[in-house]
Design a protein around this ligand. Sequence first.
Ligand code: ARG
Length: 566
Amino acid sequence: MNLKDYVYLNIKNIPELNTDVDLNNLLIYTIDSSLGDVSLPCFSYAKKLHLSPMQIANNFATTINCDAFEKVEAVNGYLNFFVNKQKFATEVLNEALNEGINLGKKNLGEGKVVCIDYSSINLAKYMHIGHLGTTIIGNTLKNIYNFFGYKVYGLNYLGNYGTPFGKMITGYLHYGSKEDVEKRGVDAIQEYYVKFNQEVDNHPELMDEARLWFKKIEDGDKEALEIYNWFIEISLVEAKRIYKLLNITFDDWTGEAYYNDKMTPVINELEQKGLLKESEGAKVVDLEKFNLGTCLILKSDGSSLYATRDLAAVEDRYNKYKFDLCLYVTDVAQKLHFAQWFKICELLNKPYAKNLQHIYYGRYSLPTGKIGSRFGKQALISDMIDSAYKKAKDIMLTRGTKVEDIDKIAMDIAVGAICFGVVKNEKTKDSVFDLEKALSFEGETSPYLQYTFARCNSIISKTKINEDNIKLNNDVSDIVSTNTFELIKHINGYEETLLNALNKQEPSFISKYLINLCSLFNRFYNENRVIENGIVNQNKLAIVKVVKNILFSGLMLLGISPINKM
Ligand code: ARG
């Protein structure tokens, strides 16, 4: 229940206010809390009652008399409600104490299946900063849908197909050796790949070789497949190492290669429905009339394309999971690709055509020169984690933090900072990843959230009271100062925040909420003593417990580890 609902519930039975107006929708939050909490603009009553809004507000103010409000004031045609803080605080905090880390949970998704295609890395390359968005936003969305009772499947649609693998093999045969790969693993094959890309400009014949090797993979040539599978395995081990560090999991790893020989039905279907057109030897679907250009389905040499594989893959996913919603999380650059093949599903009257959604996000970059990357120009996730980990550990050592497991905590801080860097801003915005700033214990950072969580934890343990026994007193008059009430109102907004995050598929609602929660809480902490002269204030302690639970829940949703002590 939010404050507006609270006001509405307490005035909805007053006949004077319910004259043909949509009372619930008229209520607004006041911007200035000195004008009350919620306000009812009385302009829409004026015509009907033949009175000025000012007079109406004045009349209403005298009509309303209930203990739900401290006072009701008429100001310039607005009726301002000052909520009875004690009553409201009691309701909000008791609910939060009862629900614990499940506050805001609703079984909205019961019986519904959501597939989320995220990360979906191309295995020919190291995981780099460009993969962070899809990986972390996708994982967070998975957590959010899970929280609301959906059955969620995380799909890593591995990019394990295409000429890059021909290039890798060519590179390996020219510049590498078996021993080197055995010794240096992924670093070695990445190096050959980069070298290939550098050399190919001056030696275009290398490209023909690469194409040939890829063709051999497609045709099932023994030698080609052996090297290809070996490289895939090595790359996958490295990717899984990084996923493990980031606490990212998947339920399905079916990659593009799996669909290589499963595209004929799609192509036939397109043909039968008269959607395929010949264009310069290639087969395309003309989507001009939808302003979506043309979508390439089959190249002139008969090889298939990204969109074709997606069409085959979605059919397979639908048969496997019978999803109600399938999300594809990629950066904004792939907007047209998804719009095109989603449209094709529609034209094919696929039962799932309306259940597909492209979740796109802006670009992430590093402030230049901050992290040197070993290969190419892209910052590697592995390097980012390493560097964040080292910095986090340094910071803790400088602060003189005494904890048992400093390495584990430094890693939780590092990974938290990276996750938070992604979910901090609205997802469609471009953002710069400043690890230095992201690791600060102050400001809008995840260490700040983790630190506040640890602080709550330490306050609770100092009281030596078992957490399960923390309850509110009957009298809550000691926790309704203006600032504390702001915090309680914010606590009350958690449920709505989560719902908005779900409905708008926007993790940043949660991150912003948590930052505000922490600043309100830290102000509360500075102004209040939970333990005074050896006596524990139950109500204040209850607030600490509630904040701790919300932080736990919110951090987990964002894929950030809450840290008990730091
Ligand atoms: N592997 C692709 C890339 O790195 C992303 C795949 C997204 N998912 C999909 N079903 N198309 O660009």
